[in-house]
Write a protein that binds this ligand. Structure first.
Ligand code: FES
Length: 102
């Protein structure tokens, strides 16, 4: 098991939004879907767009650069032009804190 790193507090991540955080030297996109939190690498595998700035529709985030879609629960690509998944992270809520396993 990896190390749990505190990356944000619940109030930092608005409903149906993403924020960019740092965890273990990586830039990670943290999302709030209906009060559940998900974390994937922030950098789109197509050309490096910031997924935390993408539009969130349910569990799907759309890259703001060329529209690739990823499932925030797993990091899996669900829409072109990206064809490589991003890394997904385990998220644990501890009181008001949000922690990610790195
Ligand atoms: S950089 Fe994300 S779709 Fe191109």
């Amino acid at each position: 098991m990896g190390e749990m790193v505190k990356v944000a507090q619940k109030k930092d991540v608005a409903q149906s939004k993403g924020v960019a955080v740092e965890a273990g030297g990586r830039k990670v996109a943290l999302f709030n879907v209906g009060g559940k939190y998900y974390a994937i690498d922030d950098e789109c595998t197509h050309a490096g767009g910031s997924l935390s700035e993408g539009e969130l529709d349910g569990h799907t985030v759309t890259c703001p650069w060329h529209g690739a879609e990823f499932d925030v629960q797993t990091g899996q690509v669900v829409g072109a032009p990206a064809d490589v998944d991003v890394k997904g992270y385990k998220v644990v809520v501890d009181g008001e804190d949000i922690k990610i396993e790195v």
